[in-house]
Design a protein around this ligand. Structure first.
Ligand SMILES: *Cc1c(COP(=O)(O)O)cnc(C)c1O
Length: 344
C-alpha cells in the first residue's frame, strides 16, 4: 500500500531497528539514560541551544514549552491554523491555564507581525498578560522564510515577548531554505522538533531551549506523565534519524513536486504546488467518495475530502508517485467517459 495520509506513517527500517536494539539505556527519570542524554545534547547543539528534553510526542513538547514559558493567567499569541492552538485539544488552556490569543494566518502561513504587535495587551488588570508568541514552520507544508523568522525575533525582543517555534517539521524548512537549524532558529527561546514525522523515527520529539527553561520543562513533563524510563531505545531511533534522514527530506520535496505536477495535468483537479512534502488537491465534491474507493482499490491510502492533503515521506518512492498519478488519471478518465454517456 502507498500511504499518503501523513509523514507519521513511516516504519523504522532495518538500520534504525538495529540502532534501537543496540541502544545503551538507563532510567531517564533519574537522568541515567546515556542515549537519551546524547540525543538531547545533539539536537540542542544543532539548533544552537544549551539544553534539550526528549518527550513522547510533539503535542506534549509544545504543551510543556508553553507551560514553562507562561504562568497561569498569561496569554500566548498563536495562529488560528497552528497545531498548538487547533490540534492539541486546547491543552494550553485546559492544562496550563494559558489563554490563547489566536490570529488569522495569512495565505503564506505566517502571522502579520503588525497585527501581532497590536494584539499585545497593555499591563492592566483587565487583561491576561501577553507573554509569548508561538509560530510554526513548516505550517501546512508552507515554509516561513529566514527573514520572517528574524523579523519575529526582533518584534519579540522589542516587546519583551518569549518566542516559541513549533518546529514539528522545521527540518523540512531548513532543507528547503538550505539554512542550518541554528541559523533559522537564532533568537528563539524554544523550539520543538518532531522525530516521528519526516525524520521517520517511530516516536518522540525534542524540545530545546536554555538550561533554565529546560529544567522547568522537565518538571512539567514529569507532571503530565511524560517521564519515560529506558527511553534510550526510542532515542536511538531519533539519533539515527537526525544523522541519516535529514538531507533526504529533499527527496520527499521532489516527490511532492512530481506528484503535484502530475495531478495538475488532470483537468478536474485544482492543485496547490508543493513547497515541501505536502500537496493539496481540490477534488469536485461529487467525485470524493468514488475517488476514495478507486484509490483504495488501487492500493493507495489517502484521506479523501474536497481538499485532499497528500504527504510524501521516507516510504514513498518516485515510482509510487507515478502509480498515484496514474490511479488519479484512470479514475478521472473513467468518470469523464461516464458523464459523456449521460443523455443531455
Ligand atoms: C504532528 C505535529 C505536532 C504534534 O506531534 P504529535 O507527536 O503528533 O503529538 C505538533 N505540531 C505540528 C506542526 C505537527 O505537525
Amino acid at each position: 500500500m502507498i500511504d499518503l495520509r501523513s509523514d507519521t506513517v513511516t516504519r523504522p527500517g532495518p538500520a534504525m531497528r538495529a540502532a534501537m536494539a543496540a541502544a545503551e539505556v538507563g532510567d531517564d527519570v533519574f537522568g541515567d539514560d546515556p542515549t537519551v542524554n546524547r540525543l538531547e545534547a545533539a539536537v540542542a547543539e544543532r539548533f544552537g541551544f544549551r539544553a534539550g528534553l526528549f518527550l513522547p510526542t510533539g503535542t506534549q513538547s509544545n504543551l510543556v514549552a508553553l507551560m514553562a514559558h507562561c504562568q497561569r493567567g498569561d496569554e500566548y499569541i498563536v495562529g488560528q491554523d497552528a497545531h498548538t492552538y487547533k490540534y492539541e485539544g486546547g491543552g494550553a488552556a485546559v492544562l496550563g491555564s494559558i489563554q490563547p490569543q489566536p490570529l488569522t494566518n495569512l495565505p503564506d502561513g505566517s502571522l502579520d507581525l503588525a497585527e501581532v504587535a497590536r494584539a499585545i495587551k497593555p499591563d492592566d488588570s483587565h487583561f491576561a498578560r501577553t507573554r509569548l508568541l508561538a509560530i510554526e514552520n513548516t505550517i501546512g507544508g508552507k515554509v516561513l522564510s529566514l527573514d520572517y523568522h528574524r523579523r519575529a525575533v526582533a518584534l519579540c525582543r522589542e516587546k519583551g515577548l518569549q518566542l516559541h517555534l513549533d518546529g514539528a517539521r522545521v527540518y523540512n524548512a531548513c532543507v528547503k531554505l538550505n539554512v542550518a537549524p541554528a541559523e533559522l532558529c537564532a533568537g528563539f527561546n524554544s523550539v520543538s522538533v518532531c522525530l516521528s514525522k519526516g525524520l521517520g523515527a517511530p516516536a518522540g520529539s525534542v524540545l530545546v531551549g536554555s538550561a533554565e527553561f529546560i529544567k522547568a520543562a522537565r518538571r512539567w513533563r514529569k507532571m503530565v506523565g511524560g517521564g519515560l524510563r529506558q527511553a534510550g531505545i526510542l532515542a536511538a531511533a531519533g539519533l539515527f534519524a537526525i544523522d541519516h534522514h535529514v538531507d533526504r527530506l529533499a527527496e520527499d520535496h521532489a516527490h511532492a513536486a512530481r506528484l503535484g505536477d502530475g495531478l495538475a495535468r488532470i483537468a478536474a483537479l485544482k492543485v496547490t504546488p508543493a513547497q515541501t512534502n505536502m500537496v493539496f488537491v481540490q477534488v469536485p465534491a461529487t467525485e470524493v467518495a468514488g475517488l476514495g474507493e478507486h484509490l483504495k482499490a488501487s492500493g493507495i491510502i489517502a484521506i479523501t475530502a474536497p481538499t485532499m492533503r497528500l504527504v510524501t515521506h521516507l516510504d514513498v518512492s518516485a515510482a509510487d508517485v507515478d502509480r498515484v498519478v496514474a490511479a488519479f488519471g484512470a479514475y478521472f478518465a473513467r468518470s469523464a467517459r461516464a458523464k459523456d454517456q449521460v443523455p443531455a
